[in-house]
Design a protein. Structure first.
Length: 340
């Protein structure tokens, strides 16, 4: 088959790759129905993650089970499934405590921007949908593999609750999905920090009540002005830069909760600042598998439509354009159709 491989910064190719096969008895082979480019893929694309050899790309996927290993019990050929961006066994003490993304047997997904992919630990990673979805539902289901699950974790970890104010730092796909999550969790005020008109409009459609365009110290001052000088009870950091992290910390009120779900690059925390801010910090790779059953139901019943974050759809063979468009901020998120 062909699949997406990155060879060097800016060098994404759709080229011949070995067909996936069952390698372990807990594996499944999935025929990809839809996949996409993730914001975290751009760190590698831009050369901020090392590329020592060609790397198969892609960790967000939905598809139909083609084959399973002899030890797989809970998914079957012919089912439409969604999987988390890490393969996890679902049985270790960390998985059982609700943090499968830190499973002691965690595996990376071996390149889902392709027509087929092997999923290790199929029973602990994949969740079947209630039936075969209409094509119109597939973009929203695809977001559950990462960005919607990550946005949900951002809101959950920041203790977003009814009546609270939530500030979301970041207007990418994760930040926009975090707006959906904050709305579902009952936040009375949802402030999104964004300078991008198109993304601001989508944030408002998803439930944002306020938009703040200022950044850095000016952005912090604006949030403090809007919260009686106290800061917000819940702040969701959805970018991963030092600037976004510092902005989020300083926007959180003492005793408040701040989540961080953007993959950190160049982040350095000031221990003295943290000491005197007296806030709760909780974040890391989202435990997407924990949320999948509930999120699937919300999408299936039409209660949330996170698939609207996809503003560019391409045939999978044009994956390189998806990377370029997202890097240049011409697209929030690029959806890739293998059968287009």
């Amino acid at each position: 088959m062909k699949g997406t491989v990155i060879h060097a910064p800016w060098d994404v190719r759709y080229e011949d790759r070995e067909d996936p096969r069952i390698e372990e008895p807990t594996d499944a082979i999935i025929r990809i129905v839809a996949t996409c480019v993730c914001g975290s893929d751009l760190w590698t694309y831009r050369g901020l993650n090392p590329i020592e050899k060609p790397i198969p790309m892609g960790h967000e996927y939905v598809g139909i089970v083609e084959e399973v290993g002899p030890d797989v019990r809970h998914v079957k050929p012919g089912q439409f499934v969604i999987g988390a961006f890490f393969a996890t066994d679902g049985t270790c003490p960390i998985c059982q405590a609700g943090y499968p993304s830190s499973c002691v047997n965690r595996r990376s997904i071996p390149g889902a921007q392709a027509p087929y992919v092997r999923i290790p630990w199929a029973d602990g990673t994949l969740v079947p949908t209630p039936g075969m979805p209409d094509r119109a539902l597939i973009p929203s289901l695809l977001t559950l593999s990462d960005v919607m699950g990550t946005g949900w974790f951002a809101a959950d970890a920041a203790e977003v609750r009814p009546g609270k104010t939530a500030v979301i730092v970041g207007d990418g796909a994760v930040g926009l999905c975090a707006v959906i999550a904050a709305k579902q969790m009952g936040a009375s005020r949802i402030i999104v920090m964004s300078r991008h008109e198109k993304r601001q409009a989508l944030a408002k459609e998803f439930g944002a009540t306020d938009i703040v365009e200022e950044r850095g110290e000016a952005g912090v001052k604006r949030i403090l002005d809007m919260t009686d000088g106290l800061g917000a009870e819940s702040v969701l950091e959805c970018v991963g830069t030092n600037e976004s992290m510092m902005q989020a910390i300083q926007c959180t009120r003492p005793g408040g909760h701040m989540s961080f779900v953007g993959v950190p690059h160049g982040v350095s925390l000031d221990g003295r600042l943290l000491f005197y801010k007296q806030i709760h910090l909780h974040g890391g790779p989202a435990p997407v598998r924990r949320y999948l059953p509930d999120l699937i139901q919300l999408v299936w019943e039409g209660k949330i439509q996170p698939g609207k974050v996809f503003d560019l759809e391409l045939p999978l063979e044009q994956v390189a354009e998806g990377y370029r468009a997202m890097h240049e901020r011409r697209a929030v998120k690029a959806l890739l159709w293998p059968d287009a």
